[in-house]
Design a protein around this ligand. Structure first.
Ligand SMILES: Cc1cc2nc3c(=O)[nH]c(=O)nc-3n(C[C@H](O)[C@H](O)[C@H](O)COP(=O)(O)O)c2cc1C
Length: 189
């Protein structure tokens, strides 16, 4: 009777991924702009930490750091606009994310077009291909994580930017641009 060959245990071929780099691998959505307006003063920041939470009404979770000037405006007004920029204005998006409304008027400094929104005081950003007017729905996790749940109450799209390609942040100034589209049979709507 021949003995069963022992199962060869292969050495783990994987390598450590530093915990500090995890966010660079799983960052989900496009970099967006978050516009606010407090006391008639409009501001805008860049944001990549966000996710969909529900279909309809659309709910979006997002992380806005307490250190951002936008944080106070979002807490005070409980309203904002999430505007989605295409790759063509990526450099402006980064400049928006590298500066603070505390120091400058970013709409003026970066030549952004303010368009009056319908349901919120924050402006739409004319250069973006989608604009979502949002009301803060849930602040339960703001103190702990800076996590706001936003409800989209009105949405706009720019018909001239039908094939807009988004940018996705992989950390430290590296971005991936939305690419080829494929269609597969998926049960997920
Ligand atoms: C690509 C990119 C993504 C960013 N994502 C976020 C984010 O998800 N949450 C956040 O609080 N700050 C984020 N920031 C940083 C803010 O945009 C930045 O602190 C900004 O200057 C805040 O503006 P404010 O002080 O006018 O509110 C990001 C910056 C960049 C460049």
């Amino acid at each position: 009777m021949s003995a069963k060959p022992a199962r060869r245990v292969k050495a783990n071929p994987l390598r450590d991924l530093p915990l500090a780099k995890v966010y660079q691998t799983i960052e989900p959505g496009p970099v967006v702009l978050l516009a606010t307006a407090e006391g008639g003063r409009a501001n805008v920041m860049a944001m990549s930490w966000h996710m969909m939470v529900d279909f309809e009404p659309p709910l979006i979770a997002c992380i806005v750091s307490e250190g951002d000037y936008s944080f106070a405006a979002l807490c005070a007004t409980r309203e904002c606009v999430i505007a989605i920029p295409a790759v063509e204005i990526a450099e402006t998006v980064v400049k928006i994310g590298n500066s603070s409304g505390r120091d400058i008027d970013k709409f003026a400094a970066f030549d952004l077009t303010k368009i009056k929104a319908k349901r919120v005081s924050a402006p739409l950003v004319g250069e973006c291909f989608v604009n979502l007017e949002c009301k803060v729905k849930d602040t339960t996790l703001v103190d702990k994580y800076g996590l706001f749940i936003l409800e989209v109450v009105k949405a706009w799209q720019d018909p001239k930017q039908r094939h807009a390609r988004t940018i996705h942040h992989h950390g430290y100034g590296r971005f991936v641009v939305d690419g080829e589209r494929i269609t597969l049979k998926s049960r997920m709507r």
